[in-house]
Write a protein that binds this ligand. Structure first.
Ligand code: NAD
Ligand code: ZN
Length: 368
């Protein structure tokens, strides 16, 4: 199935299906010129899926080279950016060389930024291989790397020419990574699609367990939701902010742990989305049973729902709140919060009851 992201002359297709990887050559052929393609991937995906992509380019007669970086967030660094750029330039590229980012969000962000930078902008194709990257990071054109001062602080908007989301590649993804990506899927239901959340309550297990119709449907609905928001607000001035549901809180936990893997991004988002619903219920704007319903669902699939579930950490509430005000989403010294009137009814606001927020964060951090 194909979805279109409408962005004037930068519009592109997202192709979603099972077993697309062996046909990569066919899909990228319209964007590949004589100069060929450079595939960027990481050391895990290299072992599992690179050969399939290379063989398919070979079969389509498309010249190709590959660059492999170590798996993990550390590859979104200046050092790795430099190394990748130098390796690609050493191949002798042209303006018409196509970059393919084959991997999770790390590869998509790094590869997109490399493509944006090389010769002031090469075309690139996203082949996301994690659930998170299929439903979130590969769509929208945000690319970039991390700085010592924080995550994603250096980057560019650079839209891909095509996104190929092959749901079959998720069969090799570790369960924990799958669940972390699932938190972002649930997020789309929570924002403004209560019917999708209802559907997920009945089908999440199938989405996670196997490459079937349910998984394809979940990826499709998620990409459609993200594409819709991106088309309306490419550079995040308004509506796109809703995609940060649970993220202001989630980022605080991730930052406090120094992004060391004890808490995956999606896990932090799951915890953060619960806090967002909890504080809105405490402020009297959302039904308390929606918080319970959300917690039950996330817990049922196997995601953490409270910060206290991260073992061996004693959270300092003041420090967590400190991290929130250092978030990139802060404008003119004010934080834009994604609030909710209940499941499927999110909205943005700068008005937050700080006392109730502190209490909600404390509830999340307290073991009980
Ligand atoms: P990731 O790219 O590190 O992938 C997670 C792990 O799964 C890695 O170890 C990877 O090697 C492995 N992996 C990938 N595909 C696999 C497969 N098919 N089978 C087995 N293993 C596989 O992490 P991620 O969760 O995909 O992405 C996180 C990154 O995405 C962060 O850097 C985050 O900042 C970024 N992000 C960007 C956006 C955006 O809009 N640009 C949005 C959300 C997140
Ligand atoms: Zn996220």
């Amino acid at each position: 199935e194909t979805l279109r992201v409408e962005l004037d002359d930068r519009s592109y297709d997202i192709v979603i299906g099972s077993g697309l990887l062996p046909d990569t050559g066919k899909y990228v052929a319209p964007f590949a010129r004589a100069a060929g393609v450079v595939i960027l991937t990481d050391s895990n995906v290299e072992k599992l899926h690179l050969l399939t992509v290379e063989a398919s380019l070979e079969a389509a007669g498309i010249p190709h080279r590959s660059v492999v970086v170590p798996a993990g967030e550390a590859s979104k660094s200046f050092a790795s950016f430099e190394s990748v750029v130098e390796q690609i330039l050493a191949f002798g590229i042209e303006r018409s060389t196509l970059i393919i980012a084959l991997g999770g969000g790390v590869i998509g962000d790094l590869g997109g930024y490399v493509a944006a930078s090389l010769l002031r902008g090469l075309d690139f194709v996203q082949i996301p291989t994690t659930l998170l990257s299929q439903v979130d990071s590969s769509v929208g054109g945000k690319t970039g790397i991390n700085s010592k001062s924080g995550k994603n602080l250096v980057g560019a908007f650079h839209q891909p020419r095509l996104v190929l989301a092959d749901t079959a590649v998720l069969d090799t993804l570790p369960k924990r990574e799958m669940l972390a990506g699932y938190a972002e899927v649930a997020k789309y239901g929570l924002i403004d699609e209560p019917d999708f959340f209802d559907w997920l309550e009945n089908n999440a297990e199938a989405v996670i367990a196997r490459d079937g119709a349910e998984r394809k449907h979940a990826v499709y609905r998620s990409c459609a939701a993200k594409a819709r928001v991106v088309s309306q607000d490419e550079r995040e001035s308004g509506k796109r902010a809703l995609l940060n549901l649970g993220h202001t809180f989630g980022h605080a936990f991730e930052a406090e742990l120094g992004y060391d893997g004890r808490l995956l991004h999606g896990e932090a988002v799951a915890i953060g989305m619960v806090i967002a619903h909890d504080v809105c219920a405490a402020m009297g704007m959302a039904p308390a049973q929606d918080t319970t319903r959300l917690m039950n669902h996330l817990q049922a699939v196997g995601l953490p729902v409270r910060a206290s579930q991260v073992s061996g950490v004693h959270w300092d509430i003041d420090r967590l709140i400190g991290h929130m005000s250092h978030d990139k989403k802060v404008r003119d010294g004010q934080i834009t919060f994604v609030m909710t009137r209940g499941i499927g009814k999110a909205f943005t606001s700068r008005e937050m009851d700080v006392g109730k927020m502190r209490a909600a964060i404390s509830r999340s951090c307290r073991a009980d």
